[in-house]
Write a protein of this length. Structure first.
Length: 185
């Protein structure tokens, strides 16, 4: 009987875990992508890009809707720090708001910016890289090395997420195994 209860408990736990994506806001999973904040100050935007690639991922790319989830879960705006993402301005783009592209060809939507951005602050026409805005939800255009609050980047890696039906099937299979074992005893 104890064995049956253990198997039933395991099956129930597996079925209840369907849909859980992150713990303690260390990362967030959206679709097949995992997003996490990485502390890394070396080398400006190119250094962050190289570090992300060496870590098996890339600088994060996302839609406006995905950004809302990322900001809600990871909350980079509350840290008063900024993190590079995979959005940059083509050198031939008209300043300050034309020619922005994601590194992986994700569709660019100007609604991704924080209020008043991009703006080439202080007359700096070299704010051609994007990072999280440290005081609000949205992105900020920064120079190559970022601003005084830049501490790293958002890493995006691919993950395979088991389909909910697969986990439920596994749970039912374990429950069935428990009932089969019970009949033999």
């Amino acid at each position: 009987m104890k064995s049956l209860l253990r198997i039933f408990g395991l099956a129930t736990a597996l079925m209840m875990s369907v849909g859980l994506a992150s713990t303690a806001n260390a990362y967030v999973i959206i679709g097949n992508s995992k997003f996490e904040l990485v502390e890394h100050k070396n080398g400006g935007w190119d250094g962050a890009k190289a570090h992300a690639e060496a870590s098996g991922g890339q600088l994060a790319t996302f839609t406006v809707a995905e950004m809302a989830t990322i900001f809600a879960e990871l909350n980079p705006a509350a840290t008063e720090k900024s993190y590079f993402v995979g959005l940059f301005q083509d050198p031939n783009g008209a300043e300050p708001d034309s020619g922005w592209e994601w590194i992986d060809s994700t569709i660019y939507d100007p609604a991704i910016w924080a209020a008043g951005e991009p703006n080439n602050a202080n007359g700096n026409n070299n704010e051609d890289w994007a990072a999280t805005a440290y005081a609000s939800v949205g992105l900020n255009d920064l120079g190559f090395h970022g601003g005084p609050n830049r501490v790293g980047y958002i890493l995006e890696t691919s993950v395979s997420v088991p389909e909910p039906s697969s986990l439920a099937l596994l749970g039912l299979g374990l429950a069935g195994l428990g009932f089969t074992r019970r009949k033999k005893a």
